[in-house]
Write a protein that binds this ligand. Sequence first.
Ligand SMILES: [Zn+2]
Length: 315
Amino acid sequence: MRLDGGAQGGDRQAADGRAGLLEELSPGLYLVRAQNSARIPYAHSLLALGDQNLLVDTGTGLDVLRRLRRSHRIHLVLNSHYHRDHNFGNWLFRGVPILAHVRDAPMLNSLAVYFRKMGILGRPDEREIRRFTMTFIPHRQGPRVRPFRGGDLFDLGGPVLEAVHLPGHSPGHCGFFHRDSRTLFSADICPDAFGPWYGHACSSAEDFASSIDRIIRLGPSRLVPAHSGPVDQDIAGILRRYQARIEERDRYIREVLRAPATLDELVRRHPIYGARIGALKLPFRFWEEVMVRKHIARLRSRGLVRKAGNRLVSV
Ligand SMILES: [Zn+2]
């Protein structure tokens, strides 16, 4: 898309290489490195410089965003998905159009919808999770986000980005593909030690796996995840191994459930995060439980796990 209102005129600027803020991916297309090596709650951004300038995500850290704003006028902001580590800086861009996929925009515009989609309403620890959510990344409501759809093209007179709908991590999770350089900013399809993550009620392990298939079919020559560095070797192999963890979690859960266990007992075995999380602290305790419930649902639907009283057991 090209902005129809609020066009600010061309101000193509050279990348601010001296500040070490930007890493060139291809002419006009830059990775904006996040604070704290993009560990949660920070995430890398993508910047496309042209007649007008486009920024994908605002979770790099407020200092980084303020430096970026001093060196580059931003005309459009896209959010890859609703999780706050990718958009907590939206409020710095008042007056700039901000867009997210139509399925995630409602969560960005309403905290009530956000909490409902997380799946915390009515839980015994609802208040605790709410408090954690509001303080871990201090909440500051950003401007109203407008919707885009998968397949939309964003052409501001520089590198053209295509929104690629990659649901699973969240319903409206999107990557952004620069076809000319075959670079895909893949946001939280991020093949590091942490994922795949589908720990909110509105997440889906099945959709996550399908989205990985979609990326492999798309065949990017460079993958740019939001929490780790760009990958340009063996992308399909790395993604296949990452995707295989979903099935590995299924297998581990079936193994544990050879001896009948309640859901709570199963969660305490940490089938997702293993010993890394130690005591079941928030937010891992909540994410682990949500993800285990999703695995149990899929295993039961395949007839691989059944209920026996209040316990679960492998078939
Ligand atoms: Zn996320």
